[in-house]
Design a protein around this ligand. Sequence first.
Ligand SMILES: NC(=O)c1ccc[n+]([C@@H]2O[C@H](COP(=O)([O-])OP(=O)(O)OC[C@H]3O[C@@H](n4cnc5c(N)ncnc54)[C@H](OP(=O)(O)O)[C@@H]3O)[C@@H](O)[C@H]2O)c1
Length: 290
Amino acid sequence: MEKKTILVTGANGQLGNELRALAPQYPDFRFEFVDIQELDLCDAHAVADHIERLRPAYLINCAAYTAVDKAESDVALCWRVNRDAVENLAKSASLCGCRCLHISTDYVFDGKDPGRPYLETDPTGPVSVYGQSKLAGEEVLLKYCPDAVILRTAWLYSPFGNNFVKTMLRLGREGRDLRVVSDQLGTPTYAADLAAALMAIVVSAEDGKYAPGIYHFTDEGSCSWYEFTREIHRQAGISVSVTPVSTAEYPTAAMRPAYSILDKTKIKMTYGLQIPDWKESLACCLKRMD
Ligand SMILES: NC(=O)c1ccc[n+]([C@@H]2O[C@H](COP(=O)([O-])OP(=O)(O)OC[C@H]3O[C@@H](n4cnc5c(N)ncnc54)[C@H](OP(=O)(O)O)[C@@H]3O)[C@@H](O)[C@H]2O)c1
């Protein structure tokens, strides 16, 4: 029997690279990995041609404009990638019956502490251009592909690309005294864990247990950026002074939610996932980066 194709877009980013690393464990599928060099998702005709020719069974969209601060002054491009490109994919996927798995963000919420982790059903209210564009991406995807799966995740890191873990390792090793925000709470999430969750959903779908919808997925637990930094340095054996500061003392171009802990009950119950604690996953990532 011919293998089903999984098209992975944005394949050179953190999540895309983790899916590349996982692919050999799924020999029953044929993976096609593309990034902007092979397929610019903002080019509607190219996307339509590519998907019509390939006829993938699944599309995992890892592409995004992820520079949260830069987005505040680069609004048009951010919206083109996070909303319009998703529309291009969704229109073509809906025509060929391809199932779409897409990634969104905790930044769709305003971060005014609801007194418990955010549920998928909680009202959104993004406070940044990035968050607004990602929410628009969710909406346009569900308009054309109501049977899509959208995973909202947070604070992604991996051995690939640029991320908070790599920055804090570098600054820590340079021996600089650091000031890190301690009043924004969330959950660091290892991109390898998110990639594994996506493949678990594909496997469930093949078993006839596909359940579309919006889901929250992060690693277990929570912390502030300050606590995250301390743990990165502790695990890496780096001794450096880190001072906790407030968001007001550390202004950035984009506003970020003060509270963005996500409730993962829905994805755990629906897809039977076991999610590791963020500190354990951080240790796995650091080991790979040695
Ligand atoms: N990073 C986080 O902390 C975080 C948190 C919450 C949610 N998320 C979401 O998680 C997903 C994966 O994030 P990530 O950190 O893996 O992202 P990433 O490392 O920034 O990778 C995104 C990839 O998409 C590519 N891309 C950009 N514009 C494109 C276009 N027009 N056509 C095709 N590809 C394009 C990028 O290429 P270039 O590098 O050349 O632009 C890059 O390779 C995204 O949906 C993101 O919004 C991320």
